[in-house]
Design a protein around this ligand. Sequence first.
Ligand SMILES: NC(=O)c1ccc[n+]([C@@H]2O[C@H](COP(=O)([O-])OP(=O)(O)OC[C@H]3O[C@@H](n4cnc5c(N)ncnc54)[C@H](OP(=O)(O)O)[C@@H]3O)[C@@H](O)[C@H]2O)c1
Length: 325
Amino acid sequence: MTVLSSKVGRADIVTAMRILVFGAGALGTLYAARLAMAGNEVALLARGRRLDALREGGVRIRPRGSRTLPPAPVHIVERMTDSSHDLVIVLVRRHQADEALRVVTAARDASDVLMMVNVASGYETWRAALGARLLVGFAGAVAGLAPDGVLEYEVAPAVFQPTVLGEPAGPPSERVHRVARALADAGFPVQTRDDMEDWQYAHAAWITPFMLVTAIAARDPDRLEDKALLRLWMGATREGVRLVREARGRVRPRALSLVAGLPAPWLAAISRGVLAPRRMRERFVSAGHDSRTEGLALAAELAAVAAQVGLSLPDLERLRALATA
Ligand SMILES: NC(=O)c1ccc[n+]([C@@H]2O[C@H](COP(=O)([O-])OP(=O)(O)OC[C@H]3O[C@@H](n4cnc5c(N)ncnc54)[C@H](OP(=O)(O)O)[C@@H]3O)[C@@H](O)[C@H]2O)c1
């Protein structure tokens, strides 16, 4: 595994790329802006009201707690042009990925396609649609639109979650290293991996219960005081990790396996500790407004994998029911 540190705003970038970012939500806006600021030629594909807002106000981003940066030099586009890019980065929600892929594959553009989308059922569908064009990765940042229309973000520390990147199988290739360098030059700590599919299964195992809990809290913030809900959250996380071990034969990163194996009272104490600061509870509630549909889609995928290997996920099922109600 290689970790590249980030260098923000390098003027002497030698590997400028032509990149189309598909999806102008939180992370699409962030990655497009920073890649453009680092000297790449970047187009951002948007739709609906977001398209209007970007055309009117430009691409504006702000590191959390800091000042808004000058508008990023990103071209806003409404559809995929037939001109060839070096790379298309797809940054949409899980339940939107199939439609996005249909649009991407319908365009006469032979570029590599980097899917940066949560998934809990492996890469089979993406491989079938994209063949050798497929690259896979996942964001190492948290972002959301602020009330003033500016995209607010935090890049996660490398030790916690760098942007991860790789081939769908096998060791990182030359093209992976090139994209990794472009992302690092744009200010994202990057880790290239040779086990992306395992990594994404494990990520889905813990992020899905998290998303469902935030969705429940978004409707009723008081639920975060409910110990039974926190137990369910931790129980569903353990079930997810057990499922990954059963379905994939290993859990990556290993640390997740260790944490999920802690005694239940310890896990309960950890969840209460995470939620102790008011700021943290507010973030849960605000993340939950956008995560419900994607969390339910991922939970359905985990349930399908569990059925294949003959496992049941009772705590996840209960969380799913609460988030659906
Ligand atoms: N936000 C975070 O902090 C964060 C952190 C880590 C990982 N992630 C993951 O990263 C992925 C992307 O998340 P996100 O937060 O960037 O999602 P998001 O804010 O919901 O953005 C998705 C964007 O893609 C657009 N889109 C979807 N399908 C499209 C299509 N066919 N044509 C044109 N535009 C389309 C959506 O438009 P509409 O709004 O019109 O549907 C929306 O603007 C998800 O898997 C998420 O779980 C997010």
